[in-house]
Ligand binder design. Structure first.
Ligand code: NAP
Length: 339
């Protein structure tokens, strides 16, 4: 069988790196789009450097996307690139619209002109639901985003569906709920908690890594967080990339909800992380109003029944194992840095 080529846009990110490992194991040739400002050695794909091709480009630049597609002729494109921080999307509202929203649209246009038989995966998000009144959410739940990130994702999602219907492009959309891993960006809540717990366990009372406000994530032995009552459906990124691939192997392009169906509060996240190190989270976590979003996303929890029935996908990693994996990784990372 002919070796397939996958073009991964956003290869340096959390999902891009797990997906690349997954595709290489399936004998794909993987080409990753990177910005000139990114560097392979410091990225999550550093360990794969000699197994992948790197193409330079930017979602802000249609020509760079089209030219790479023309030159590599991929069978599948995974658009994972985004300004991906919902909480920071008010401060970066225009950048978020440009990259997360119109950037995806640029990919569809490039494919339409250059390689219309190529299959596209678009990374949609549960943030498109905003504050849903229906819990859990499925593919029919109405969208009503409450932050610029959710709005930009909804634009990209809507254009995907329009291009699927109007131009018959194969664009599958995964509405993914929060998924985490040791490779999660340091400003995401789960990673801040895992990192903070690890620092405190090792006696680091002012951490080298900074939060979104430019202050140590652990300051004077405390981690500052926003709304502790916020509820999320958290899964493991390594499980979710398989669903992306499965969507592109399906006969027809469609939209699928991907999540665990289990909901937990930020409090429970803190409790799980600190207790995995034998500590009481309440001594170390403080609420800082600066980390409370201007408008809070509601309770998002996935009903992934369609993905289970049609694709045969189910999550494998439990919440407790996921949190422990992240905390243990941070302990190892901090110990290595201090050596
Ligand atoms: P991530 O770790 O933040 O990775 C984002 C990627 O986008 C990075 O590789 C980044 O490259 C790239 N990127 C940013 N701006 C770009 C631009 N202008 N041109 C080209 N590349 C650019 O995100 P992730 O967690 O892997 O998520 C993958 C996708 O799923 C994102 O679209 C995210 O919004 C979406 N999503 C994520 C979740 C989640 O819980 N993780 C849930 C739903 C949807 P640099 O290295 O150059 O910065």
């Amino acid at each position: 069988m002919k070796q397939k080529t996958a073009f991964v846009i956003g290869i340096t990110g959390q999902d891009g790196s797990y997906l690349t490992e997954f595709l290489l194991a399936k004998n794909y040739q993987v080409v990753g789009l990177m910005r000139k400002t990114s560097a392979v050695p410091s990225s999550h794909v550093a360990h794969l450097a000699n197994k992948i091709h790197i193409a330079y480009g930017d979602l802000l630049d249609t020509f760079s996307i089209a030219e790479n597609i023309r030159s590599y002729q991929p069978d599948e494109i995974y658009n994972l690139a985004a300004q991906s921080y919902p909480g920071e999307s008010w401060r970066l509202a225009i950048e978020t619209a440009e990259i997360t929203g119109i950037g995806a649209h640029r990919v569809y246009e490039a494919v339409r002109y250059v390689k219309p038989d190529c299959r596209i995966y678009q990374a949609s998000s549960s943030e498109m639901f905003g504050t849903p009144t229906i819990v859990p959410q499925n593919e029919q739940t109405p969208f009503a985003p409450v932050n610029p990130y959710g709005a930009a994702k909804l634009y990209a999602h809507t254009m995907a569906e329009i291009y699927r219907t109007s131009y018959k492009l194969f664009i599958a959309c995964g509405i993914l709920f929060n998924h985490e891993s040791p490779r999660r960006g340091i400003h995401f809540l789960t990673q801040k908690v895992a990192y903070g717990a690890a620092c405190i366990k090792l006696g680091i009372l002012n951490s080298p890594d900074l939060n979104e406000q430019g202050e140590p994530i652990v300051k004077d032995g405390k981690i500052a967080l926003g709304n502790l009552d916020a509820k999320r459906d958290w899964g493991f990124a390594g499980d979710y990339v398989e669903a992306m691939w499965m969507m592109l192997q399906h006969d027809t392009p469609d939209t699928y909800i991907i999540g665990t169906g289990e909901v937990r509060t930020v409090r429970q996240l803190c409790e799980t992380a600190f207790s995995s190190l034998g500590m009481d989270w309440q001594k170390y976590v403080v609420v800082d109003p600066r980390f409370i979003r201007l408008t809070e996303t509601g309770t998002t929890v996935a009903d992934a029944a369609k993905a289970k029935t049609e694709l045969g996908w189910s999550p494998r990693t439990s919440f407790t194992d996921l949190v422990k994996m992240m905390v243990d990784h941070q302990i190892r990372r901090l110990k290595n840095h201090s050596n």
